[in-house]
Design a protein around this ligand. Structure first.
Ligand code: SAM
Length: 273
């Protein structure tokens, strides 16, 4: 049974919010800009400085556009990313080529399931992890977007959980099935990934997970706390909790005009192996 985990007092990280990879834009192919859940590269820069040193191998088990890997090699780290979506991996190949041309080093790309990360890399080979796991959705987000609000209301759910319209539309395409998880599927995935990381991460090293708490069925789903519980279960200790500014979605902007504020921050759970 999972209880709410004791979290350390949150510390604020003041970083600008990046859109479309900010200063790293030229290192990514055009398609990557459309990825629905790109990280804030300024937050990634800061985390890499906190977690790792030049020469370390940084692992991102949910690489997406491979933005963590790009920032890592530009900061003189080695990097490897695992990503399940073949299209995203092809962006990674191009980003690695451009990073190599600019910084003299590329990074490793593994197309595969992060749940198997313990078997994809040698034991104790990674010195740090920086990652953003996929989003959690409720089933109400699936299907025809034009009918979705009606369905949310009929189900008696809080329409505030019906946000991020553009990103949600991506749900309809099967190629995006790994961008959004049901809560149960997310918990199972995180359990497998954390257990794999116990093998892959060098003892004593740090892992940062960027998550966004969100409203679900009208109450706050605290993914930071949930992740901390799962991590402790897997044998990690929880070192720190950071809070950083995040961009506001189109839907959140609309709701804000009606006086409803959605969580608008990235939360970073830092674990020690
Ligand atoms: C929040 S995004 C990561 C975004 C990334 N930090 C960036 O800046 O582009 C999560 C990524 O995890 C990938 N993913 C989901 N399930 C996965 C799995 N089981 N194994 C590997 N990757 C997975 C998704 O395809 C998605 O690209």
């Amino acid at each position: 049974m999972l209880g709410a985990a004791q979290l350390p007092e949150p510390e604020r990280i003041e970083v600008p919010v990046s859109y479309a990879f900010g200063p790293y834009r030229s290192l990514f192919p055009r398609g990557a800009v459309a990825h629905p859940a790109k990280a804030n590269v300024h937050l990634v820069e800061r985390l890499l400085e906190l977690l790792s040193s030049p020469g370390d191998l940084v692992l991102d088990p949910f690489a997406g556009t491979f933005s963590t890997c790009v920032v890592a090699v530009l900061k003189r780290r080695e990097a490897v990313g695992v990503e399940i979506n073949p299209e995203y991996c092809s962006w990674g190949v191009e980003a690695a080529r451009r990073a190599s041309a600019q910084a003299g080093r590329g990074f490793g790309i593994i197309q595969g399931d992060a749940a198997l990360v313990g078997t994809l890399l040698r034991g104790s080979s990674a010195d740090a992890v920086a990652t953003s796991p996929p989003y959690v959705l409720s089933s109400l987000h699936a299907g025809d977007p034009s009918k979705r609000l009606g369905r949310v209301l009929r189900a008696g759910a809080d329409p505030r959980e019906f946000f991020g319209g553009l990103a949600r539309n991506a749900m309809r395409e099967s190629s995006h099935r790994y961008d959004y998880y049901s809560l149960g599927r997310w918990i199972a995935l995180m359990r497998a990934v954390l257990s794999g990381l116990c093998h892959t991460l060098r003892s004593g090293s740090l892992a940062a997970f960027i998550v966004r708490n969100r409203l679900r069925r009208g109450s706050l789903l605290e993914l930071d706390s949930l992740l901390a519980s799962l991590a402790r279960e897997a044998g990690f200790s929880v070192e720190a909790l950071y809070v950083a500014p995040a961009p506001r979605s189109l839907w959140a902007n609309l709701l804000s005009r009606r006086g409803i504020e959605l969580p608008r921050e990235d939360r970073v759970v830092v674990l020690r192996r």
